[in-house]
Design a protein. Structure first.
Length: 250
């Protein structure tokens, strides 16, 4: 019963409407970087750098040594306009546009919704062949347990001797558990012992009578004056279309 209550509710496709308008991150219209391309952007001016005073100390501009091309006027080149032809654009015949059925929008999760993290495994790190230093577990150090250590002081070590065999018959005496303990009620006062008798059943009627839960007093029609009683209506689903008759269409 507890698993049925904690189970997630199944959503129909019409109920999943996606995120609201507040979850979309539209580009801003202020500033130069990341400006909305669909909005008009005013010109942005910046301040130039201050030139050094040493730049104007000596004149480094060339003299009147310019060669003016023939046919050049103050308004530009003089003559009829000349046009050139561009090269032909290569058409890619191998590209095939996918049909609408090739897309799977149902596999794309809704934007700005919570989704579990997706991790991937990285590549294995290459071991360095020049690193020949052994690891700490490659060394075999002598054990420090026992009494045969030359450079370490050890505690006293004791051993257990063998079990002695029983040689004489005097040592084969019985233990305390070998004696039988007599009941104290044999040689002392015995208390009365009671037993439980069988269970007696009272005579009952064979007719099956109804219990208190079988009665429905709320269904009894009251003949007296009572206060008004109201009930809650039914909550209709958002996905049920309204009833439209022919009179509504006319």
């Amino acid at each position: 019963m507890a698993d049925a209550q904690t189970r997630n509710e199944m959503l129909v496709a019409a109920r999943h409407r996606g995120p609201g308008p507040a979850k979309y991150m539209l580009p801003g219209t202020v500033g130069y970087k990341a400006h909305d391309c669909t909005r008009k952007m005013s010109p942005a001016y910046s301040l130039g750098m201050r030139h050094s005073s040493l730049r104007f100390a000596s004149v480094s501009s060339p003299g009147p040594q310019y060669v003016v091309k023939q046919g050049m006027t103050r308004n530009g080149p003089s003559g009829s306009p000349a046009f050139t032809l561009h090269g032909r654009i290569n058409t890619t015949s191998s590209f095939q546009t996918p049909a609408p059925g090739a897309y799977s929008p149902e596999k794309v999760p809704p934007m700005r919704e919570k989704r579990p993290a997706a991790y991937s495994f990285g590549s294995r790190t290459n071991y360095r062949s020049t690193n020949s230093t052994p690891a700490p577990n490659a060394y075999t150090l002598p054990s420090l347990l026992g009494s045969r250590i030359a450079l370490k002081s050890s505690s006293a070590a004791y051993s257990l001797s063998a079990r002695n065999k029983i040689s004489t018959s005097n040592e084969q005496t019985p233990g305390p558990g070998a004696y039988r303990v007599s009941d104290t009620q044999v040689f002392k006062r015995k208390y009365p012992a009671y037993s439980m008798s069988g269970r007696n059943f009272m005579p009952q009627d064979t007719v099956v009578l109804p219990g208190p839960g079988q009665y429905t007093p709320e269904k009894v029609y009251m003949t007296k004056k009572t206060a008004p009683r109201f009930s809650f209506g039914i909550k209709h689903s958002d996905f049920i279309s309204p009833l439209i008759t022919n009179a509504d269409m006319s």
